[in-house]
Design a protein around this ligand. Structure first.
Ligand code: DAH
Length: 378
């Protein structure tokens, strides 16, 4: 590469325009072009050998000052020489650019067979997905979602819900009591891990008043050993509607729509008499077996071999009823004016039935394969 800077003004001396000078300039240019290792170097070669300050360009400019008869021969000599250099530049440029592109492509090649360094992302737990689906149903029919604390006072969990002071569910065999911060012990402190989501009914009535339409999903606790069908911690969803003139027909209509949203099939709910302290009348609610419906159509006899309903054609879902006047009173609502219906059911049980989970322990063991299998549902 020359030390001559491209912007250096042309030497004042007019160049000699003769065959040896021009040939030498052309040969020097061709040699430099051939030797240029890459397009950047070639650019310099172009400036040096055909740029304004180069011998060939200066010679070209000098032609116009030559006496007339010499112009043609000099023009041909310089023009041909410059032409050869330009051609060599163009083909070398093409050659080098192609090589450079090939090298770039080779360098950027991605080996799709290499192991990924991306960490597995896990999945939303199927209980969470199901709870959100349940919330979506209730929000879709215009209800609100209400929540309450998991450490609850026994007044909310039992007394306000009309449970007898001697009700067996209050015993330590069923309920997990919590010591208070002041040092009160167990049952005396009046604090417990809520055994049901029903206390959220009371909180919602006290906080929001009537009319009221709320669904209350949440975690509940019982003094149970973990096995395939029991867990000391599980989830329930509670429904509560308080308004003027509500009857059990409104309850059944709501349950029908809920059953259809959860399981599809024929949205038919069946109520059987039962007793709960906080509802009167109270009922056990069954949903028509969606698995029988799916297999046998809507107009079917129970299938004795059905693994979901055990051949009865019905699935037990939980409890329900008309809110007991004592409960309305405890929550500051006038039973003479407002009536209400309520229901409560276990979310684990819904997941087991709906997704064929046979063992509750699978839901708490934290094996990501379980979660991924069920939990990526959208
Ligand atoms: N709280 C009851 C339980 O845990 C379920 C229940 C029954 C909720 C009847 C209700 C209801 O709202 O009306 O077993």
């Amino acid at each position: 590469m020359s030390s001559e800077h491209p912007e250096t003004p042309a030497a004042p001396e007019p160049p000699v325009i003769d065959e040896p000078t021009i040939s030498a300039a052309v040969e020097a240019a061709l040699a430099a072009i051939a030797a240029a290792p890459d397009t950047a170097a070639l650019k310099q070669v172009r400036i040096e050998h055909v740029g304004d300050a180069s011998v060939l360009s200066r010679a070209n400019r000098a032609i116009r000052d030559l006496p007339g008869p010499q112009k043609a021969a000099a023009g041909k000599l310089v023009g041909q020489g410059k032409g050869r250099v330009q051609q060599a530049l163009a083909s070398r440029q093409e050659e080098l650019a192609a090589a450079e592109q090939e090298a770039a492509l080779a360098a950027e090649t991605v080996d799709v067979t290499l192991p990924t360094d991306r960490r597995p992302r896990g999945a939303v737990h199927p209980l969470t997905t199901l709870q959100e689906r349940i919330e979506d149903f209730f929000v879709g029919i215009g209800w609100e979602i209400a929540e309450g604390p998991e450490v609850e006072s026994s007044w909310f969990n039992f007394d306000a819900l009309n449970a007898d002071p001697e009700h067996p569910s209050r015993s330590r065999q069923d309920t997990l009591y919590v010591a208070s911060a002041e040092g009160g012990e167990d049952q005396d402190a009046g604090l417990l891990l809520r055994t049901q989501t029903s206390p959220v009914q009371i909180r919602a009535m006290l906080e929001r008043g009537a009319p009221l339409y709320v669904a209350c999903p949440g975690t509940v606790y019982r003094a149970d050993e973990m096995d395939a069908t029991h867990s000391p911690m599980f989830h329930q969803v509670e429904g509560l509607a308080i308004d003027e003139g509500l009857t059990m027909a409104n309850l059944v209509g709501t349950l029908d729509a809920f059953a259809a949203a959860l399981f599809g099939g024929a949205p038919i709910t069946r109520l059987r008499p039962n007793h709960f302290p906080f509802t009167e009348p109270s009922a056990e609610m069954d949903f028509r077996c969606f698995a029988c419906d799916a297999r046998l159509g809507l107009d079917h006899e129970p299938d004795p071999g059905c693994r979901v309903c055990g051949g009865t054609g019905w699935i037990e879902m939980g409890g329900c009823g008309m809110v007991h006047p004592n409960v309305l009173r405890a929550a500051g609502i006038d039973p003479g004016r407002h009536q209400g219906f309520a229901f409560g059911l276990g979310i684990e049980r819904i997941l087991m039935l709906r997704n064929g989970v046979a063992d509750m322990r699978d839901m708490v063991e934290g094996d990501v394969r379980f979660t991924q299998h069920y939990g990526t549902e959208i």
